[in-house]
Design a protein around this ligand. Structure first.
Ligand code: GDP
Length: 446
């Protein structure tokens, strides 16, 4: 395989930049352009050691750098690797990269370093995917989940389940071929109980995925309420800016304003909408139509009610169209001591105008979304989710065959399908297209 090079740090000026070279020729190529201050050549350097020196082009010094050597297989990619840490100017890092290309390195494709790590057996496909999740983690919870996957817990769980199923398949094969008596683990009740337990594990993983998705992608949230209830004030409280125009003229907010707000471990992808009410005003009507569309696309609604006015039939009608996960904000409590009536959703009492802390809201979110941070390994993307669902469906099929009283040898194919899906999560026997699809989502240099 050819030797690849890329800048691994972001394409922006910074304190330092890092250029990575990986492949059989990594050391020789780097040697052409590097002169160390202690006169040691890179070939003489042991793995995991650094040298301080200059990058030179035809005798001209380009930059002074720190160069680190990793020797195969003890590197991220499993190949000989050299990392050059230079000054973080865009020109200087690109100049060094160009020099490496002139000396025989090829430009790395997106995710190619991690792809090589996978192909060289340094990590499973699910671990490779978690590298990208670590890079894109935007908070403590997302990072924790990505690290669990990176440490291989998900992969181990998948292998463990697949190995159990393979044991059943071996017992079935043996029994079909030779044995006269059914082995105890293949007694219908015992086998059913074991497969049910495995299915439950898979279904738990699929359910946890929804929570994991909320952590990674944020919660599509719509902010609703009748005009003047205080939606824009709530939006500004959440965003800490005056993003939405606050006035007491009904119908001021006509566009959908979107913001991303971090509340504890949750990210709300918020859209503030036009106040919902009957109106003849044409532009406002468009805003209201958009608000209803937003409502359909959202998985969470914050519904603002003016405590001073109380709840109206119109509010109740709109609440009837809200998602299952909705929080009512009983706003303007500074104006009235009136308690909210019985409402179909949890209620947060507050006065947006007083800019309260987020503690109350965070407690409500935890109540509504449950345990967003778990120590259980979670599946992290749609590829893994589909494979878990299909493994679960194959086991469901096997359970049905047992329940229907079918001959047990028919189960073999269903179990085999489940194993295939589970193994695919870790990247065993996957098509090249699947592998390329996974790594195409990576950035260059990773
Ligand atoms: P929207 O039409 O639902 O977006 O409502 P706005 O946020 O524009 O607020 C309408 C009016 O209610 C404005 O005059 C706000 O200052 C006022 N308002 C909003 N929240 C509160 C609150 O908590 N207490 C009081 N007293 N007034 C508020």
């Amino acid at each position: 395989m050819h030797t690849i090079a890329a800048i691994s740090t972001p394409e922006a000026p910074g304190g330092i930049a890092m250029i990575r070279i990986s492949g059989e020729q990594a050391i020789q190529i780097a040697e052409h352009i590097f002169v160390s201050y202690n006169h040691l050549t890179i070939s003489e350097m042991a793995g995991y050691t650094c040298a301080y020196g200059n990058i030179v082009d035809k005798g001209e010094r380009i930059d002074d750098v720190v160069l680190t050597v990793f020797r195969a297989p003890h590197s991220f990619t499993g190949e000989d690797t050299v990392e050059i840490t230079c000054h973080g100017g865009l020109y200087v890092s690109k100049r060094i990269l160009r020099l490496l290309f002139q000396n025989g390195a090829k430009p790395a494709e997106a995710g190619e370093f991690t792809k090589r790590a996978f192909l060289n057996g340094k990590m499973s496909l699910s671990q490779a995917e978690s590298v990208m999740d670590i890079i894109s983690a935007d908070g403590e919870a997302a990072l924790k989940q990505a690290n669990l996957a990176k440490d291989g817990y998900l992969g181990k769980q998948m292998s463990g389940i697949a190995d159990r199923l393979v044991d059943f398949m071996s017992a079935l094969a043996y029994w079909m071929d030779d044995a006269e008596e059914c082995p105890p683990e293949l007694e219908r009740d015992t086998l059913s109980a074991s497969l049910n337990e495995i299915k439950q594990q898979l279904d738990q993983l699929a359910a946890d995925y929804q929570n994991g998705r909320i952590i990674r992608e944020g919660i599509r949230t719509v902010l609703l309420g009748r005009p003047n209830a205080g939606k824009s004030s709530v939006m500004n409280w959440l965003c800490g800016t005056d993003r939405s125009i606050v006035t007491d003229i009904a119908g001021t907010t006509r566009d959908i304003v979107t913001e991303q707000v971090k509340i504890g471990e949750y990210t709300l992808l918020l859209s503030d909408t036009a106040g919902l009410r009957e109106t003849d005003h044409q532009i406002e009507q468009i805003g209201i139509r958009q608000a209803y569309q937003e409502l359909e696309n959202s998985e969470f609604a914050l519904y603002v009610i003016d405590a001073n006015e109380g709840i109206t039939q119109e509010d109740r009608d709109i609440l009837g169209k809200c998602p299952k996960k909705t929080l009512i904000i009983w706003n303007k409590t500074d104006l009235t001591g009136s308690e909210p009536p019985d409402l179909p959703f949890p209620v947060l009492m507050m006065a947006a105008i007083e800019n309260p802390s987020f503690n109350g809201l965070l407690q409500c979110l935890r109540g509504i979304f449950g345990e967003a941070v778990t120590n259980r390994p979670q599946i992290m993307n749609e590829r893994q989710h589909c494979l878990i669902e299909s493994a679960s469906a194959s086991i469901h099929e096997a359970l049905k065959l047992i329940a229907d009283g079918s001959e047990l040898d028919i189960l073999y194919t269903s179990l085999e399908d489940a194993v295939k899906s589970l193994r695919e999560i870790n990247g065993t026997n996957v098509d090249e297209d699947v592998i390329n699809g996974v790594f195409s989502k990576f950035c260059v240099g990773k």
